[in-house]
Design a binder for this molecule. Structure first.
Ligand code: UN1
Length: 528
């Protein structure tokens, strides 16, 4: 019989950080020890010595920065069990009270924005400004969720029967599984967790294996807030591989909803398994985001949006701009300016001021980028700038790349999670929209134009087929206020703002009869 050791703070190998960066960061995050990778609350760290080790690396240097004990099947079970038990009471806490917990979580995140953002940079490799941006996104969604906790509205409508009242109410759904990707190690969890919590759900989080420390740090922050509220089991953590813990989650009928962020291939498999048990899935899968630049566009504006959208996070956002569809009359000018801007992008240590692009997440990502560039060249793509590895900077660095691309090339339909930008030309708007929509993914899209009619056409039903469509705003860097997600192979899910909360609750339609009679709907007479 496996014994689970519950530890208040089990010291874990922290590989000697070069300098004191890591130790100092953990101190500023008020984390004394880095704990095992399963947790149910303030005193709920679960150390199972049989758990396999997971090493975490700094992608900028290739150094190992920590080693985490992953959740065993028994640890997983015990975490989900706690989430199930806590759900029973949490669902009965009034929603505005649940909101107070999230308000305090938002305050706690404000206090640690700087070190938590830096930890994201250290473990994932995005530049510090973006690491902080990610934590800001967490703070923003907490604010949103606090307001939402007093606005979980249901509709009331009129019955066709006299003396009857009809309305809808939204009940908590249950423990929610959250599986997140490496590229947003903390924010995507918060979109799901903050909303789920005010909706009365508990959550079980499996972060990507490349970024376990970020998740552990967040769990510590959550634990402090939970301790203040005398709570455990609302936010739970299980670290483990997709093939182990991830598979368990998608197959676990104790989790009525699993929110999955990752690739189309993994998401398709997750969706199939969740559907088999008739569970609910929120899918945020691949993007292949296009940006149309019309003949009347403000090119300076477009240029800045493209640079952030294509080079930001080293091309590893699901919202990264991957395809430019430029009007033939401005294409050469735009491309020339883009190439010039790319030549000035400083690549390097993501913690340094002035650096715009850090490393890719790991060496496999570098290999995949180089392999994609071979395919691109074989399919007629002409590399205009970039296209090389930069081993002298570290093991995971590549150059941001612009490729003049024949629009029919099959590789354009694929999402390569790298800073590779295709430029294609068009003559007529309908043609641009057709090129734009001719990919299997449907996450984010944009048009740069000063023509109102063109903008409206792009946003119309016969315009962009994506979940998100912007005018004079790039494809990446969405605010939390609207629903985030996409169509087609992106999976149809919506997270964060607007009414995405409804996916985290169960809808109940209620009819109340105060007439003293029993009239049937549709006017049916049945006996007398
Ligand atoms: C992701 O890449 O999975 O819109 C999320 C954006 C960010 C979130 C991206 N707010 O680019």
């Amino acid at each position: 019989m496996l014994r689970l050791v519950r530890l208040a703070g089990c010291a874990l190998d922290l590989w000697r950080m070069r300098g004191a960066t890591m130790v100092a960061l953990l101190e500023r995050l008020k984390i004394k020890d880095v704990n095992p990778g399963a947790c149910t609350g303030p005193d709920g760290w679960i150390a199972d010595p049989r758990g396999e080790r997971l090493d975490s690396f700094n992608p900028a240097t290739g150094e190992r920065i920590a080693s985490v004990v992953q959740a065993t099947p028994a640890a997983y079970d015990s975490v989900v069990q706690r989430a199930v038990e806590r759900f029973r009471t949490w669902q009965m806490v009034p929603a505005p009270k649940r909101g107070q917990f999230i308000r305090d979580l938002g305050s706690a995140l404000r206090e640690v924005k700087e070190p938590l953002g830096q930890l994201v940079t250290l473990e994932m490799g995005k530049i510090t400004a973006e690491g902080w941006g990610e934590v800001q996104e967490m703070i923003d969604i907490c604010d949103f969720a606090v307001g939402l906790s007093r606005q979980l509205y249901g509709v009331t409508t009129h019955s066709e029967r006299p003396g009857h009242r009809m309305y809808e109410q939204w009940h908590p759904l249950g423990p929610v599984g959250i599986i997140t990707a490496f590229n947003f190690p903390v924010a995507v969890w918060s979109w799901n967790a903050a909303i789920a919590a005010v909706c009365g759900d508990t959550t079980v989080w499996k972060p990507a294996s490349a970024v376990p420390l970020c998740a552990i740090a967040v769990q510590h922050i959550v634990n402090r807030v939970s301790a203040d509220h005398g709570l455990d089991g609302v936010f739970n953590l299980v670290i483990g591989p997709g093939t182990g813990v991830g598979e368990r989650m998608v197959n676990d009928s104790r989790l009525p909803l699993v929110s999955f962020t990752g690739s189309v291939i993994q998401g398709r498999r997750a969706a199939e398994l969740i559907a088999r048990r008739l569970g609910r899935a929120i899918l945020e899968l691949g993007g292949n985001n296009g940006l149309i630049v019309t003949e009347d566009a403000d090119l300076a504006l477009a240029l800045r949006a493209i640079l952030f959208g294509a080079v930001g996070t080293a091309g590893q956002r699901c919202t990264t701009t991957r395809r430019i569809i430029a009007h033939r009359t401005i294409a050469a000018d735009l491309t020339r300016r883009l190439v010039k801007a790319y030549e000035q992008v400083t690549i390097g240590d993501p913690t340094k001021d002035g650096v715009l692009m850090g490393p890719l997440v790991d060496e496999q990502a570098v290999e995949a980028t180089i392999a994609a560039l071979d395919t691109i060249r074989a399919q007629g793509g002409e590399v205009l700038v970039g296209g090389r590895r930069r081993p002298e900077l570290g093991p995971c660095f590549v150059e941001p790349t612009i490729v003049q691309m024949p629009r029919q090339a099959p590789v354009v339909r694929e999402e390569t999670f790298a800073p590779i930008l295709y430029v294609m030309e068009y003559d007529a708007l309908d043609e641009a929209i057709a090129i734009h929509n001719a990919v299997p993914q449907g996450l984010s899209s944009a048009i740069f134009t000063t023509n109102l009619l063109t903008a409206e056409r792009f946003l119309s039903a016969i315009g962009s087929d994506c979940g998100m469509a912007n005018v004079n705003v790039g494809t990446s860097g969405a605010e939390i206020g609207l629903g985030f997600g996409g169509e087609k192979e992106t999976g149809g899910g919506r997270e964060s703002g607007s009414d995405a909360w409804k996916l985290y609750m169960r809808r109940q339609s209620n009819v109340i009869n105060w007439s003293g009679e029993l009239p049937l709907a549709q006017g049916i007479e049945f006996g007398s």
